[in-house]
Design a protein around this ligand. Structure first.
Ligand code: ADP
Length: 557
C-alpha cells in the first residue's frame, strides 16, 4: 500500500497537523475508510486495537465540519472515560490548524456544569460515554439535530459492557440522514444485526491480512511503562551489545527524538525516515552497512526493503500499526542463516497489539524481566576482564611498565594504578557507552513530571474519601461500571458515596466515602468482579517525591 495522505484529498490544515504528528503514511484502515467517510456513506470498519482507527474517523469528521455552524456536527461514542479523553485529544491534535473547530470529551465523573458551560459556547465535535451523553440529552444541554456524522468506537466492547440500549437511545435522537459508522475489533453477530437495523447499506471495511511466514527469530517482550522505554533501550543495547540494531518507531517525530536522545548518550545512532532525501538515506544506510552507525532508528516505511545481513537485533520501541509490519520488522534480522533477536516494548494498550500479533503469527512471544543495573554491571565487568587478559597475554602492555614504576615510587598501590588505567581505557572506548552513574534503578525510573498525576502511585484520595486499590483492571475486561456495581451490590454504600473510579491495565482505584471505606474493602475482598476474585485494600497515601530526576528521556527540541 503506497498511498500517501496527500492522495486522500485532505485540507492543507489537516495535512499540516498530520505532518506535525509525524505520521508517515495512512495505516491500512485509514487508507480505506477516510475516502468513504468523506463521501458520507455508512460503514463498518473492522481492525484491531492500535491500528489508527481514531484518525480514520477523526480526519473525515474534521473535514466535514462546517466552521460557520456552531451546532454539534459529529458525535463519537466511546466505552470508557479514558478512551473519550484519548480520542478527543487525538482529534484536537488533528484539528490543530483548523481554527475554531472545537472538540469536547464528555464523560461521567467530571462535574457536569463545566461540560454544560463549554457546550453552550458551541462545540462541533463531541466525544462521550453513552451514560453522560444521555444525561446531557435529557437535560437538553446537548442537541443532536445538527449532527452529520455518528461514530460508534469500539462497538464490540460497548456491546460487551451492556451499552446497547443506551446506544439505541442516543441514535434515536439523531437526525434520520446522519452518517452512521461503527468501528470494532471484531465482527460479532450482534454488531452485524445492529448494523442491519440502524445503518443504510453499510460498506464493510476489513483490514485483511495476508498469510505470512514468520521468520525464525528469537522473540520476546518487556512489559513496561512508556516513560521507561528510553532507559530500558539503552540498557538492552549495553547488555546485549548487538552488532547492528534497528529500532522501530511509529512516527517520524519519535524517530527524531529517540535518535537525538541516543546520540546525546554517546551511541552511534542515526535516524531513517521518509523526510530524508534519497541521498541522505543512502548515506545513512552506507554508514550502517559499514558499522559506522550501529543503531538505526527507523519508521516502517523507511525501513522497507532494508537488506543488511548483519542486523542481529530488532527492537519494537513502539508496537507496529499493523500485524504485517511486525513480521516485516522482525524479518530485518536473522537473515542469511544468522541468528537474530526481536524485542518488543509493550506498554498499556500496546498489550492488545501484542496479543493480536501472537494470534496472527501463531507464535508465542514470551515476556522477560526488565534488565537491571546488576546485569549491566556484570556485562561491563566481563568485558573489562576480557580486555585485561587479552592485553596481558599479548605482552604489549609491557611497553608502559616505566609509567607504572613511576606511580609505584609515589607510593600508590598497584590496585589503584591498574583500576585507574582500566577506567581511562574503558571511558575512551565508550564501554558501556556512558558512566554507571547514568543508570537508575528500575524502581526509581519515574515518569517526567507532567505525566505523574495520571499515574497510579498518586494514591491520595479526595477530601473525605478513601481510595481503594483493586487487583483487577482493564486487561481483565473491567470497566468503571463493573466496579461501581460491585460496590453497590456488596455494600450498603449509595451511588453518591462512590467517587472517582480509575481503571488501569492491571488494577484499579475507586474512591468511596471514608465512612463506608472499611466495609467496602471487606466486602470487595469477598466478592468477584466479572467472575474474577479480587483483592482490595486501602491505598496508601501519596508517596514522597522521588529525588532523582529521570535521566534518559530524549531531549525534546
Ligand atoms: P485504535 O483506535 O485502532 O486502537 P489509535 O487510533 O489509538 O488506534 O492509534 C494508535 C496510535 O497510533 C496512536 O498513538 C496514534 O496517534 C498513532 N497513529 C495513528 N495513525 C497513525 C499513522 N498513520 N502513522 C503513525 N502513527 C499513527
Amino acid at each position: 500500500m503506497e498511498l500517501s495522505f496527500k492522495d486522500l484529498h485532505l485540507s492543507e490544515e489537516v495535512l499540516r497537523a498530520i505532518e506535525e504528528m509525524g505520521f508517515e503514511e495512512p495505516s491500512p484502515i485509514q487508507a480505506q475508510t477516510i475516502p468513504l467517510m468523506l463521501e458520507g456513506v455508512d460503514l463498518i470498519g473492522q481492525a484491531q486495537t492500535g491500528t489508527g482507527k481514531t484518525a480514520a474517523f477523526g480526519i473525515p469528521i474534521i473535514e466535514r465540519v462546517l466552521l460557520k455552524d456552531e451546532a454539534v456536527q459529529a458525535l463519537v461514542l466511546c466505552p470508557t472515560r479514558e478512551l473519550c479523553i484519548q480520542v478527543a485529544e487525538e482529534i484536537s491534535r488533528l484539528a490543530k490548524f483548523k481554527r475554531n473547530v472545537r472538540v469536547l470529551p464528555i464523560y461521567g465523573g467530571q462535574p457536569i456544569e463545566r461540560q454544560i458551560r463549554t457546550l453552550k459556547k458551541g462545540v462541533q465535535i463531541v466525544v462521550g460515554t453513552p451514560g453522560r451523553v444521555i444525561d446531557h440529552i435529557e437535560r437538553r444541554t446537548l442537541k443532536l439535530g445538527g449532527v452529520k456524522t455518528f461514530v460508534l468506537d469500539e462497538a464490540d466492547e460497548m456491546f460487551d459492557m451492556g451499552f446497547r440500549e443506551d446506544i439505541e437511545l442516543v441514535i434515536g435522537h439523531l437526525p434520520e440522514t446522519v452518517q452512521k459508522t461503527f468501528y470494532s475489533a471484531t465482527m460479532a453477530r450482534e454488531i452485524m444485526d445492529f448494523a442491519t437495523k440502524y445503518q443504510d447499506d453499510p460498506k464493510i471495511i476489513r483490514v485483511v491480512k495476508k498469510e505470512m511466514t514468520v521468520p525464525k527469530v528469537d522473540q520476546f517482550y518487556y512489559d513496561l511503562d512508556s516513560h521507561m522505554k528510553p532507559e530500558i533501550l539503552t540498557r538492552v543495547l549495553d547488555i546485549y551489545n548487538p552488532n547492528l540494531t534497528i529500532v522501530f518507531c511509529n512516527t517520524k517525530k519519535m524517530v527524531d527524538e529517540l535518535t537525538e536522545g541516543l546520540v546525546d548518550k554517546g551511541y552511534f545512532a542515526e535516524a531513517l525516515h521518509g523526510d530524508l532525501k534519497q541521498t541522505q538515506r543512502d548515506q545513512v544506510m552506507n554508514k550502517f552497512r559499514k558499522s559506522k552507525v550501529d543503531v538505526l532508528v527507523a519508521t516502517d516505511v523507511a525501513a522497507r526493503g532494508i537488506d543488511v545481513d548483519e542486523v542481529d537485533m530488532v527492537i519494537n520501541y513502539d508496537m507496529p500499526q499493523d500485524d504485517e509490519y511486525y513480521v516485516h520488522r522482525i524479518g530485518r534480522t536473522a537473515r542469511a542463516g544468522r541468528e537474530g533477536t526481536a524485542i518488543s516494548f509493550v506498554s498499556g494498550r500496546e498489550y492488545y497489539k501484542l496479543r493480536d500479533i501472537q494470534k496472527y503469527t501463531k507464535t508465542k512471544i514470551l515476556r522477560k524481566e526488565l534488565p537491571t543495573i546488576h546485569e549491566i554491571r556484570r556485562t561491563q565487568d566481563i568485558k573489562h576482564l576480557d580486555m585485561l587478559r587479552d592485553a596481558i597475554e599479548k605482552g604489549e602492555a609491557k611497553k608502559l611498565e616505566h609509567l607504572v614504576n613511576v606511580l609505584l615510587e609515589e607510593d600508590r598501590s598497584p590496585v589503584d594504578i591498574a583500576s585507574a588505567a582500566l577506567w581511562l581505557y574503558a571511558k575512551e572506548k565508550g564501554i558501556g557507552k556512558h558512566q554507571e552513574l547514568d543508570y537508575v534503578d528500575n524502581d526509581k525510573v519515574r515518569p517526567p513530571r507532567d505525566n505523574r498525576r495520571k499515574l497510579p502511585f498518586d494514591k491520595g484520595g479526595k477530601w473525605g474519601y478513601a481510595r481503594i486499590f483493586l487487583s483487577v483492571g482493564r486487561l481483565d475486561g473491567i470497566s468503571e461500571r463493573h466496579v461501581l456495581s460491585a460496590i453497590l451490590n456488596s455494600t450498603h454504600a449509595q451511588k453518591a458515596e462512590v467517587g472517582k473510579i480509575d481503571i488501569y491495565d492491571k488494577y484499579s482505584f475507586v474512591e468511596v466515602k471514608e465512612r463506608v471505606s472499611k466495609d467496602a474493602v471487606q466486602a470487595l475482598n469477598k466478592s468477584k468482579i466479572k467472575g474474577i476474585e479480587v483483592s482490595a485494600e486501602l491505598a496508601k497515601p501519596r508517596m514522597a517525591k522521588p529525588k532523582k530526576r529521570w535521566h534518559s528521556e530524549p531531549r525534546r527540541g
